[in-house]
Design a protein around this ligand. Structure first.
Ligand SMILES: Cc1cc2nc3c(=O)[nH]c(=O)nc-3n(C[C@H](O)[C@H](O)[C@H](O)COP(=O)(O)OP(=O)(O)OC[C@H]3O[C@@H](n4cnc5c(N)ncnc54)[C@H](O)[C@@H]3O)c2cc1C
Ligand code: FES
Ligand code: FES
Length: 1262
């Protein structure tokens, strides 16, 4: 019997979907968000790489009579997969209306939420963990969220939010035990141990329902068939012999099938026989549809004598596969049948001589080895029934090494499986090296009595590998050979137990982290109702944690809404010979298509100079440049039609790198030069002069919410209302108006919140919001345009890559005398804010040091890459990398510790840096000493030295540094802001301002400021949104100074309200706030005030300081590293909200760490971005958190130049402290090089990838 509708439960309610409802391939996420309007689950990548869409899937197992709960990435889960399951989304876990789940409450309390875009996915992952294990260990918690990316928090507070269940690492020092709470009726939610009765009940109906029938359902051209028994599968296979199998569907998850003929998928995931696991002392046998999670659960419990090496290799392999969300659905059969390069379990199956059992559609069965299976194309048409791994006592050692350990499929690196048997036979398989898997059984026999594999011939190994890799570029080949030889050496060390490094024969699993945060408590004299300086959670945290808070794409659809998809160019530099839209016009649902000819206003835009086209008209100048856009009735139709545009190009040679641009003199504007003292004299006076270069790479913002906009035309007077995810309302308004050819006052830009920005949403949203506005204006209908992750990564600017060429002169004691630096920045195809970023870089190259003679010259390189833009730190992180490299270079030459060079060169009070504001009340020395004590620097340094003496291929490094960061714009006109305060007759206060809430806690801090300024409870103050028709001409939310600017305006507005109430207060000293408001109203006193704040008449108005110390460990053979500890002491004055500020420090540090050592953005030779989605572009995940991460806010250091309540700006400065990791990595590498008598200094461009570490260590074996 066949079933023809998908039946499942969502948050306890039954849902039934039939073919008539599905026009096209539907994922669980698209159904939840689009049809059920459950928008808590977010779409941040659409490819299973970030966990923002995580939902809980529960299923009743009739055999064990238990309910199985797992997380899945709903963006790649086809709807058919959930037939017979219960789905729980964040909305089903807890809401502020019906009560939050203890996990949600704990996240709120522990400041585990910033922008909140990742939060619903985190909540689901953590709740799933607790359902399966109410008392998880910290290791369990880390593992549960390793598939959930957060770009804001730095993960520490999220981990800590599980402390009520897993035990807080801080014990009595836990911030929950501090007396910093607000005495108010707005009670903070208390975290408490998990109570399973609060979990939503598994639908009893599903317990009774034993799926027996084959499900068959169509969606557009696709048909999904889901049998439950092997016999049923055979029947449908006979009917549809060309059907394609799926199991976990992770390789086909987000497929759409617009074109071509019908596709039929037969899913194996429910077929009982394919789920079987059978184990005895002879073999492990896994049915093809067994998921990795089930495999792991099963083999973890195995206690078969002699099976240990095999089992632990499988466990290491499974744990290295992406995340729980993937392991919960991906199957061993699907993995093998994928036939993709770079799959991790394949070499292990090869090395263990696994067998595949196959069946063809006639029912004929046969057995093949994995090698035979993969080398025979014909097998692709057969069904994998199961996979057998022989178990015999002969296997002595099994090694599984994946480098890098968290390596997405398709990215550089290798997976190696090595087996040594008791007879001395040795075999190794390498994956990740093209062409395909390489078998290294060259060392096939060793005398039985000899246990050592020392005699492995590395020369022979080298020859074989090089031959197999002959197609690769020499550089890649050398690196891969070195990497593989390094892995081999690690295995040798284990087998021979020769070195202290002889640890587990598998890729190392992460150790688990601890942390400490310290900040001042409020004075006892402060009224309990005064919220300033207290670590209070954001007032919107409960909405964010429950998925109720709205981001742009969560807004309900307008009835007649259209969808827009951009058409992107596919050349880096080319003339547009012909753009043919004819196929678009014929596509279903298409309403309009637009290009450069469609604009009534200008086709040019730019934040400082209008030098970039909205739509390319004659030439494309970078790969991905928008050429036009298609507008259609649905998002799918617009996407499909956009792919149909035919573009003929005349390709030209692109300029892609700084080196190319310098050679061709391709620059934007002239050189910028800043100088102090007399360089010639300074160098003459120096005892030594050294020269060097250092480069920094591009960095992708990867805010979790992609750029998007909704445009609503008003039909009158050309008015248009725009909802845009951004951080610069005035610029967005101006760009839309000028491109549409209408005055600014017809454009209202509204903004509630943004799911992360980091500078990337200052100018870049123009690329989507102008086309959306134009389409809305032309069609007269609301238009929604949301960029996919790949589109966003293709068309938006990055952090500027830099090249620095330096010359430094110094005395024999290390006193810096003269510095000359040539700075090249890759601006990309247009100016954007590149010149301003470059200015900041030049001004900060001298770091925190006083150098009497300086000359710095900067140039902006024009290249055929996307135009680079603002990114947290605004050019200053690159400057610190350069200066600290110079310090290390001097230290290396003088053979003095880097720390000593730093200490003797620190600038002191009175010194005037290039930022013009003289140093006063600087706290660097205080913070430096405190950080040394906190980090136990001297002990750690001694430990590092001792460790390095003992170890040959593992090395450690330690480094400290101090930072200074400017607050206030150097151009004083930007130092202004406006706030509008309305007090209503019930005493509630509505506040509007020009800043944007982008996850940095701005609105919370502003509410705290207003609460103290008006002396009213926090709960009375509300910030609904910002919009250009309430507050006009706002400065962009960048530069870490928006709290200062907006705060100054709010203080002025509140002071005016207080003044207006004063006469009534004098008359009735005991009157309540509400009574005073009524009195003022009755006397016709306006309770609305608009006020301006304009601090910083002379530009920069104070500095924020900080000190950091990091310890790292590198593996010279694989190039992998881990950050063992990071200590930070930050001077944030008197923190307005220590909870928020600590979160900013940790998040900024982790983002900076990404720039230093994790995130590698690459282009191919033609200028196409290779790192185009989060699977190709890795950002730090929870496993990257420093294992010991301590943050202290410098005690008792109120800011004497403060704009608001003794505080300091904080968003960007701590990012610079990630340079400590760069320095520590260099120190570790220099130690490795010293062992090999290599004396030259290493420059170490960022990001410091495993390949760069291997290369710099040159321990590579061959
Ligand atoms: C986000 C993400 C991260 C990933 N990270 C990693 C990683 O770190 N390391 C790694 O090795 N891999 C990784 N992968 C790849 C992953 O291992 C594979 O996608 C997965 O194993 C495929 O299993 P599946 O059950 O989902 O297969 P499906 O997607 O269902 O099918 C894959 C292929 O197998 C065929 N097939 C399925 N079952 C059978 C059967 N019984 N008989 C014959 N053919 C069959 C299908 O026709 C299809 O061609 C990742 C994938 C994603 C999406
Ligand atoms: S949106 Fe699904 S994993 Fe990223
Ligand atoms: S809070 Fe995690 S991405 Fe913003």
């Amino acid at each position: 019997m066949n079933a023809n509708s998908i039946v499942f439960f969502v948050n306890g309610s039954k849902v039934e979907v039939s073919s008539t409802e599905l026009e096209t391939w539907a994922t669980l996420l698209s159904y939840l968000r689009g049809k059920l309007r459950l928008t808590g689950s977010k779409n941040a990548c659409g490819q299973g790489n970030c966990g923002a869409c995580s939902v809980l899937l529960s299923e009743f197992d009739h055999k064990s009579q238990t309910i199985r709960h797992v997380t899945v990435n709903s963006c790649i889960t086809p709807l058919f997969y959930v037939h017979g399951c219960a789905v729980t989304t964040v909305e089903g876990i807890g809401t502020s209306r019906d009560g939050l789940h203890p996990v949600q409450k704990s996240l709120v309390q522990m400041h585990g939420i910033q922008c909140g875009f990742c939060t619903p996915g985190m909540v689901v992952s953590l709740c799933c963990l607790l359902r399966n294990n109410p008392t998880p260990t910290k290791a369990d918690v880390e593992r549960a969220i390793e598939g959930n990316l957060c770009r804001c928090t730095g993960y520490r507070p999220i981990l800590e939010s599980m402390s009520p269940f897993a035990g807080c690492p801080m014990g009595a020092k836990c911030c929950k035990n501090k007396s910093n709470k607000l005495d108010t009726n707005d009670t903070e939610p208390e975290a408490r141990p998990i109570d399973p009765t609060q979990d939503s009940i598994f639908p009893p109906q599903l317990m009774k329902w034993h799926l027996k029938d084959t499900l068959s359902i169509s969606c557009g051209r696709t048909t999904w068939i889901v049998p439950c028994k092997l016999e049923q599968l055979r029947t449908v296979w006979t009917e549809h012999p060309t059907a394609q199998f799926v199991a976990g569907a992770t390789a086909v998850g987000a497929t759409t099938n617009y074109d071509g003929g019908p596709i039929i998928f037969i899913s194996c995931h429910r077929v009982e026989e394919l789920q079987a696991i059978s184990v005895n002392d002879k073999k492990l046998e896994f049915g093809a549809a067994v998921t990795f999670t089930k495999m792991e659960d099963h083999i973890r419990k195995l206690e078969i004598e002699g099976a240990k090496p095999v089992v632990s290799a499988f466990l290491a392999c499974i744990q290295s596969l992406a995340s729980d969300q993937l392991r919960n659905v991906a199957t061993i059969g699907g993995h093998l049948a994928c036939r993709m390069d770079g799959l991790d379990m394949i070499p292990l199956l090869f090395a263990l001589n696994a067998t595949v059992h196959l069946m063809d559609h006639t029912g004929k069965r046969r057995d093949l080895t994995v090698e035979e299976y993969l080398s025979n194309e014909q097998t692709g048409k057969e069904l994998i029934l199961n996979i057998q791994v022989p178990l015999d006592n002969k296997v002595k050692f099994v090694g599984f090494y994946k480098t890098p350990r968290k390596r997405p499929v398709g990215s550089a690196g290798t997976t190696t499986a090595l087996v040594l048997d008791t007879g001395g036979h040795f075999i190794a398989y390498l994956e990740g090296l093209s062409p395909k898997i390489i078998k290294l059984d060259v060392f096939s026999y060793l005398p039985e009595t000899e246990r050592t594999i020392q005699s492995l011939s590395l020369d022979k190994f080298d020859r074989i590998l090089r031959k197999r890799l002959s197609e690769e570029k020499a550089e890649t080949r050398d690196d891969l050979v070195n990497l593989s030889a390094g892995v081999l050496q690690k295995f040798q060390a284990v087998v021979n137990e020769t070195t202290p490094e002889a640890e587990s024969p598998h890729s190392e699993l992460p150790i688990h982290c601890r942390s400490d945060i310290i900040f001042d408590e409020v004075p006892d004299s402060q009224p309990k109702t005064d919220p300033v300086w207290r670590p209070l959670p954001q007032t919107t945290a409960e909405d964010l944690v429950s998925g109720q808070a709205m981001f742009i794409d969560d807004m309900p659809s307008y009835q007649n809404e259209l969808h827009l998809c951009l058409v992107l160019g596919k050349r880096a530099r080319a003339k547009l010979v012909h753009v043919d839209w004819s196929a678009v016009k014929a596509c279903p649902g298409v309403v309009d298509w637009i290009d450069h000819t469609s604009l009534n206003g200008r086709n040019m835009w730019g934040i400082m100079a209008a030098d970039e086209e909205i739509f390319a008209s004659k030439e494309v100048v970078y790969w991905g440049q928008p050429i036009g856009a298609v507008v259609a009735e649905s998002r799918e139709q617009a996407t499909h039609a956009a792919e149909k545009v035919r573009i003929d190009y005349e390709e030209m040679q692109p300029v892609l790198t700084i080196e190319d641009a310098v050679k061709l003199e391709s620059f934007i504007e002239g050189a910028v030069v800043i100088e102090r003292g007399d360089g010639t004299e300074g160098f003459l006076r120096s005892n030594q002069v050294v020269e060097g270069t250092i480069g920094t790479g591009a960095q992708e913002h990867l805010y979790l919410e992609t750029n998007g906009a909704i445009g609503v035309p008003k039909r009158e007077q050309h008015e248009i209302e725009m909802f845009v995810t951004h951080q610069a309302p005035t610029f967005i308004q101006k760009s839309i108006a000028s491109c549409l050819g209408i005055p600014f006052n017809r454009v209202i830009v509204r903004h509630k919140r943004t799911g992360g920005a980091f500078g990337g949403k200052e100018s870049q949203p123009v690329k989507i919001c102008v086309p959306v506005a134009l389409a809305a204006q032309r069609t007269g209908r609301p238009v929604r345009g949301i960029l996919t992750r790949e589109q966003d990564m293709a068309i938006t600017g990055k952090r500027h890559p830099y090249q620095f060429q330096y010359k430094i002169g110094f005395s024999k004691d290390g006193v810096l005398q003269a510095l000359e630096v040539k700075v090249y920045s890759n601006a990309g195809c247009s100016r954007d804010v590149s010149l301003e970023v470059l200015d900041c870089t030049l001004n900060f190259i001298e770091g925190c040091y006083a150098i009497p003679n300086v000359k710095i010259e900067g140039r902006l390189c024009k290249t055929n890459t996307v135009s680079n833009t603002s990114f947290r730190g605004f050019g200053i992180p690159q400057a610190y990398v350069a200066m600290e490299t110079i310090i290390d270079h001097v230290a290396h030459v003088l053979k003095i510790g880097s720390k000593q060079i730093q200490e003797i060169n620190f600038a002191k009070s009175g010194f005037v840096p290039f930022t013009k504001l003289p140093l006063q009340d600087e706290t660097i020395v205080e913070a430096w000493n405190q950080c040394q004590r906190q980090a136990n620097y001297l002990q750690k340094e001694a430990d590092v030295i001792a460790f390095n003496e003992k170890h040959s291929y593992k090395k450690r490094g330690i480094a400290m540094m101090a930072i200074r960061f400017q607050m206030g714009y150097p151009v004083s006109l930007l130092n202004q802001s406006t706030a509008l305060v309305h007090v209503y007759l019930d005493g509630s206060v509505s506040l509007s301002h020009g800043g944007c809430e982008i996850g940095q806690g701005l609105n919370m801090k502003i509410q705290q400021i207003a609460s103290r300024a008006l002396s009213v409870p926090l709960s009375k103050i509300h910030i609904a949104e910002n919009s250009t028709n309430t507050v006009a001409n706002a400065t962009a939310t960048v530069g870490s100074c928006t709290t200062d600017l907006v705060g100054a305006a709010v203080l002025n507005a509140c002071s005016e309200i207080t003044n207006r109430l004063q006469p009534f207060k004098e008359k009735k000293p005991n009157a309540s706030w509400e009574e005073l408001i009524i009195d003022a109203y009755l006397n016709r006193i306006s309770l609305s005030v608009m006020a301006q704040g304009r601090p910083g008449d002379g530009g920069v108005y104070y500095y924020t300081y900080g000190v950091g110390c990091s310890t790292v460990e590198i593996d010279c053979l694989t190039g992998e590293h881990k950050v063992l500890s990071t200590d930070i002491v930050m001077d944030v004055g008197r923190s307005l909200n220590p909870g928020i500020d600590v979160g900013q420090i940790e998040g900024a540090f982790m983002q900076g760490y990404g720039m230093m050592a994790v995130e590698e953005w690459t282009l191919n030779d033609r200028g196409e971005v290779e790192s185009k989605n989060p699977s190709r572009y890795r950002v730090p995940d929870v496993g990257n958190l420093p294992r010991d991460f301590n943050v202290t806010l410098l005690s008792d250091s109120p800011n004497k130049q403060a704009i608001v309540y003794s505080s300091k700006g904080i968003g960007e400065p701590p990012l610079l402290l990630a340079t400590t990791v760069h320095k520590a990595l260099r120190a570790a590498i220099l130690s490795a090089r010293k062992d090999r008598s290599l004396s030259a200094f290493v420059q170490l461009d960022t990001p410091v990838t495993p390949a760069k570490i291997r290369q710099a260590c040159t321990i590579g074996c061959i």
